[in-house]
Ligand binder design. Structure first.
Ligand code: ATP
Length: 279
């Protein structure tokens, strides 16, 4: 069994105005997982992430991150274990150059210069930012600005990285690049948690999916298994990605053993199915 890095134990979170945004949520995330958290607007995804990074403290229950209860650690110290990319990453940019921006975190950790330099170079390399190192971050494209924030988090080398809607406002290429960076981070042994509405990216990149609905965790499991539960997903107003729906539609028209079908055989099956439906 893999080592748990996050344990959420009966988490309930109520905002100061009395609104209960999370109700009795429990789950464990293991080291090196790539987990997507999905659900309709207002399901409680961002509130959950803010609890994971210590910005909110549980109203009831506990969260243990890398062995430490989030109630007993400052947000700054927790950020060395969990890196967080906000829903609007522009709010995390403030330096005059890309390199300075990425350098800021490791410098604050009071590491020696050689270590800081190595981390900054590595983070820029991983995110393709070397050529932009002297640029003013706010003058970059939305895609590159998001990469700067992700690079700044990577340079802190946290055990876990959490991305809240990292692909919002990105074109197709930008989305793929950001998810590839996250995947590479996982390949290097880290844990990735991403909140997104982009179901095709979830299908492509995540190993596990947690579905939130009205503050509750209603589904949780390997990505393919979760997307196969269409009825339950409908409850949370989530549509599985087109590719899954297509695969399901195809399995309805194909014979049980459909691994070796030519295009001709495939159209034959579909035609037979259509004919049967018309009878
Ligand atoms: N500061 C706040 N005070 C009171 N209620 C809040 C506050 N912030 C969020 N909420 C409410 O908590 C619920 C969960 O919000 P949250 O932002 O976590 O949802 P979400 O799943 O991340 O939605 P989205 O996909 O739109 O970002 C919503 O009903 C929201 O209106």
């Amino acid at each position: 069994m893999r080592e748990p890095v996050i344990q959420v134990d009966h988490l309930t979170y109520t905002y100061p105005n009395g609104f209960e945004a999370l109700h009795d949520v429990s789950f464990t995330i293991e080291k090196n997982d790539f987990v997507a958290i999905i659900g309709q607007n207002g399901a409680g995804k961002s509130t959950l992430l803010k609890n994971l990074v210590g910005l909110h403290k549980p109203t009831q229950g506990n969260i243990i991150v890398d062995g430490v209860n989030t109630r007993e650690i400052s947000v700054a110290r927790l950020s060395t274990k969990v890196g967080f990319v906000l829903q609007n990453p522009d709010r995390q940019l403030f330096a005059d150059s890309v390199e300075e921006e990425i350098r800021f975190g490791p410098q604050n950790l009071k590491l020696d210069k050689a270590e800081i330099d190595a981390r900054v170079e590595h983070a820029m390399e991983q995110t393709g930012l070397i050529r932009l190192r002297r640029e003013f971050p706010m003058a970059l494209s939305a895609g590159d600005r998001a990469k700067v924030v992700i690079a700044s988090v990577i340079a802190m080398q946290p055990e876990i990285i959490i991305l809240d809607e990292p692909t919002t406002g990105q074109d197709r290429r930008g989305c793929a690049q950001i998810m590839d960076i996250a995947k590479e981070f996982q390949r290097r042994g880290h844990t990735v948690i991403v909140v997104t509405h982009a179901m095709s990216l979830v299908a492509e990149y995540a190993d596990r999916v947690i579905v939130m609905c009205k503050g509750r965790r209603i589904l949780d499991g390997p990505t393919a298994e979760v997307f196969a539960q269409e009825e339950k997903l409908k409850e949370s107003f989530v549509l599985p990605p087109q590719v899954t729906r297509l695969a399901r539609a195809m399995s309805a028209v194909l014979p049980v053993d459909h691994t070796i079908l030519s295009t001709q055989e495939l159209s034959g099956c579909i035609a037979a199915r259509v004919q049967a439906n018309q009878m």
